[in-house]
Design a protein around this ligand. Structure first.
Ligand SMILES: Nc1ncnc2c1ncn2[C@@H]1O[C@H](COP(=O)(O)OP(=O)(O)OP(=O)(O)O)[C@@H](O)[C@H]1O
Length: 287
């Protein structure tokens, strides 16, 4: 696989704070790589270094075959978290402006955006703005695509459409790096990278990342009392609907906490979800 984007032990400090700590990652042609992590984990800082928008404090970044300079950056499409559109220009003007910057011609608007050509971007709903940002990023048929939370705040249908577009881009050979907070989107990636507190704490597909991490599902009629008892005892308990789940814990320890609170419960050991594995990894990286 041709490497498109990579970092080699890259670190970024802001004063005495280390936002990205010795991270090495790679994105190859034709793959969709998901970058996951809680707010503040360092995802955007890593992306900005990969794109040459922020200088690393240490380590190196390679885009295509060299440093992420302007000519190499022109071969890439980027949708930042804030979309990077001119809100006080119309959709058509935004497309023309960016086509001009890349030396091409503006793409035709797809039917669902045709009516919005003369609307100011700032007046459009967020989902439509995101489609425009995608169009701008894809207009020059980039060899790599970097998307920072491309679907946040859009409805499920628009999200599915944007994911179709992401997959089409990878299928035609682009390397895609995408950050997301949605686990169902993480499952659509070919590979995942997990960051916590600036560090890369896991990489691989969902199975690699979950490994043999288990969760205990706690079943009892009075789930509110069980939840409160576990929470009060400092057990890292998760409430999924009304289901109580405790990832990565010794069953005996859990049983003891419940029994001493006078709660009878059935405990089932099940495989952890990716979200639960992320929580346990984040706990580990805090220690
Ligand atoms: N220019 C800056 N100066 C100081 N601190 C910064 C700067 N940019 C980012 N940080 C800090 O670095 C940490 C990582 O931020 P970053 O935006 O990379 O996280 P993130 O994983 O992208 O989070 P989110 O999911 O909220 O976008 C945060 O604690 C943030 O406050």
């Amino acid at each position: 696989m041709t490497m498109i984007l990579s970092t080699d032990v890259v670190t970024r400090r802001f004063g005495s704070f280390t936002a990205v700590d010795a991270v090495s990652v790679e994105v190859g042609a034709g793959e969709v790589v998901g970058l996951l992590g809680a707010n503040g984990a360092g995802k955007t800082t890593l992306i900005r270094m990969m794109l040459g928008l922020l200088a690393p404090s240490d380590g190196a970044v390679t885009l295509f075959d060299g440093p992420p300079d302007l000519p190499r950056r022109a071969r890439l499409g980027y949708v930042p978290q804030n979309l990077g559109l001119y809100r006080d220009m119309t959709v058509a003007e935004n497309l023309e402006f960016s086509a001009h910057a890349y030396g091409g011609s503006a793409p035709a608007l797809p039917p669902e955006l045709a009516d919005s050509a003369d609307t100011l971007v700032g007046d459009l709903p967020l989902g439509t703005q995101r489609r425009v940002a995608f169009l701008v990023a894809l207009a020059h048929t980039p060899e790599a695509l970097v998307l920072d939370e491309p679907t946040s705040g859009v409805d499920a249908l628009s999200r599915a459409r944007l994911w179709d577009t992401i997959r089409e881009q990878a299928d035609r050979g682009a390397g895609v790096l995408v950050t997301t907070h949605y686990m169902e989107e993480a499952q659509q990636c070919d590979r995942l990278l997990l960051m916590s507190n600036g560090r890369l704490v896991a990489a691989g597909d969902e199975d690699d990342i979950i490994g043999d991490t288990h969760t205990i599902a706690v079943h009892c009629p009075d789930w509110t009392r069980a939840f409160a008892a576990l929470n009060d005892a400092g057990v890292p308990v998760i409430l999924a609907g009304r289901a109580i789940r405790v990832p990565d814990i010794d069953e005996q320890k859990l049983r003891t906490v419940l029994t001493s609170a006078g709660i009878e419960a059935r405990l089932d050991t099940v495989r952890a979800t990716i979200e639960e594995r992320m929580l346990t990894l984040a706990r580990g990286s805090n220690q």
